[in-house]
Design a protein around this ligand. Structure first.
Ligand code: C2O
Length: 546
């Protein structure tokens, strides 16, 4: 196995999109940042040097980080931020994961522009569980604001209002030629006739779930979140932020140029969203050249409607593991987390600017009625490992304080979130089940829920209120998919299982960044096991402190 060493310099760089230039935080001057390409079993050491004027951390989204929680990256969870002028080296090893992951800033909303791909190929000498593709390409889906992204976040956090919607979605940082001043940079995916090619898709957007399709071509899904899946064929993908999907396409269409197009799956009713379409171009080498002065537009696909929950849900339910998998049974920790948004009464005297929800309220979000607050004096991991008191409490509830019809727009008095840095402790090796139940207190919405440090099996999902008497019959304990981010359907639920075999502190949160800002998060502490190889490693000497 190889050790890959990289240097990431975080810096402000002028980036021009949609006809305007903005000072953008980038890695090594690149937007999106560099793609890391490794093989299963390799190690990485990435020195991050912060030359920007903001605090930053980098998270390696989906990497299991076995015993190396210090390298996971979420600020104030596993480390304090890297201050302007500071640096920190992340070190970790890929253990058994293959496919597509990505990395992103995990500090405020910097990941809007600070992100990149992380491609994990099979071990040297191993092969894919499908015929070797002729070519591979990576499509990173993102969002672009025609403004300084840090002003966007300041605005959103200051007012507590829904954030400004983005001005464009992007593929590899480019809005695509349907938008103004964008034709030059449009991503081209070159192909030849009669090939089978692998396309890796990542939803790195900040706040939006996305549909993606390619005109006239079928997509065969073979992997997601760096695990292989039982191949299935579809015409459209839906990815929540954080999720990745690997597809094979066969270039069996007449040589021409075909649009690859993505746009919003907007599950929340009435909330504003970016309704632009971003494009890349699948270009056959032998596509006829347009005559001089004539432009031939690529062939456009049709995309599902913005609110097409049926298509989004059917896609999610198509995933299976390639074979029978060891789903944990004899559950030790049976947890029920009600997740969703809400409204909070504004403190008396608060300015109306800070309270832009209806009737003098502000937006909030919670899990089991706890709105998560990050600590600021120590990271949770440091506090846990060194026994520093007063940083967190261990009273995160295993179930909601009150039960009600989660799909109904019930009285807000039932659901007034308490703010706190509450964690839930798990013994090493505990077999955990979590029912993630979406709530509809103020608005119902699909939430992409991401767990750090783990992959989990998604054993069932459904609409309505989870019913422990009847819905257990729907559990797939044979070949459920292994993921790191689960879509909790709008007005519905998802059940996940995992074994707590990785000691450390692990964030569970909605990957719509605006929701994490509002508190839709919690953390697990997984205690050390007894064995030598069951303990968290020592903190690295260069770990940033607060
Ligand atoms: Cu991809 Cu906590 O993040």
């Amino acid at each position: 196995a190889v050790v890959h060493s990289h240097q990431f310099v975080i810096q402000a760089t002028p980036v021009k999109r949609l006809c305007n230039t903005h000072s953008t935080i980038t890695v090594n001057g690149q937007y999106p940042g560099p793609t890391l390409e490794v093989n299963n079993g390799d190690s990485l050491e990435i020195k991050v040097i912060n030359k920007a004027q903001y605090n930053v951390t980098i998270h390696w989204h989906g990497i299991r980080q076995m015993r190396t929680a210090w390298s996971d990256g979420p600020e104030f969870v596993t480390q304090c931020p890297i201050r302007p002028g500071g640096s920190y080296t992340y070190r970790f090893t890929i253990q058994g994961q293959e496919g597509t992951l990505w990395w992103h800033a995990h500090s405020s909303w910097l990941r809007a522009t600070v992100y990149g791909g992380l491609i994990i190929r099979p071990k040297e000498g191993d092969s894919y569980p499908f015929p070797k593709p002729k070519r591979e390409s990576l499509l990173l889906l993102g969002e672009w604001w025609d403004a300084n992204p840090m002003d966007v976040v300041r605005e959103a956090t200051r007012t507590g209002a829904t954030p400004n919607v983005s001005d464009a979605f992007t593929i590899n940082g480019q809005p695509g030629d349907l938008l103004k001043c964008s034709s030059n940079g449009t991503t081209i995916v070159p192909v030849d006739s009669g090939e089978t090619n692998l396309i890796r898709v990542v939803n790195s957007a900040l706040n939006q779930q996305l549909f993606l399709t390619i005109a006239n071509h079928k997509l065969t899904v073979v992997g997601a979140d760096a695990s292989y899946v039982k191949p299935f064929t579809t015409s459209v993908l839906m990815l929540g932020p954080g999720q990745t999907t690997d597809v094979l396409i066969t270039t069996d269409q007449p040589p021409a140029r075909y649009y690859i197009a993505a746009r919003a799956y907007a599950s929340a009713q009435g909330a504003p969203f970016d309704n632009t379409t971003t494009t890349a171009i699948l270009e056959y080498k032998t596509a006829p050249c347009p005559a001089k002065g004539v432009s031939i537009k690529p062939i456009l696909p049709s995309l599902p409607a913005f609110n097409d929950t049926a298509t989004a849900t059917a896609f999610g339910k198509s995933f299976r593991s390639p074979r029978k998998v060891p789903v944990p049974t004899d559950i030790d920790e049976s947890l029920f987390f009600a997740v969703g948004l809400g409204l909070q009464n504004c403190p008396p005297g608060a300015s109306s600017q800070n309270c832009q929800g209806p009737n003098g309220t502000r937006f909030t979000a919670s899990m089991n009625n706890v709105s998560f607050v990050l600590p600021s004096s120590f990271s949770l991991l440091q506090s846990h490992q060194q026994g520093i008191p007063g940083v967190f409490t261990t009273d995160f509830p295993a179930a909601p304080p009150v039960q009600f019809d989660y799909t109904g727009n019930v009285s807000r008095s039932l659901w007034q979130p308490v703010r706190g840095t509450k964690v839930y402790k798990l013994k090493y090796g505990a077999r955990v089940q979590i029912v993630l139940q979406g709530t509809s207190i103020f608005t119902a919405e699909n939430h992409p829920i991401h767990l750090h440090g783990y992959d989990f099996y998604i054993i069932a999902e459904g609409f309505g209120n989870f019913n422990p008497k009847t819905d257990t019959a729907k559990f797939n304990l044979v070949d459920p998919p292994l993921r790191n981010t689960a879509s909790v359907p709008v007005q519905g639920w998802t059940v996940i299982r995992f074994v707590a075999d990785n000691p450390g502190v692990w964030l569970l949160h909605c990957h719509l960044d605006v929701h994490i800002t509002w508190g839709l998060a919690m953390s697990f502490i997984v205690e050390d096991g007894a064995g030598l190889l069951e303990k968290l490693e020592e903190a690295p000497a260069d770990l940033p402190i607060c």
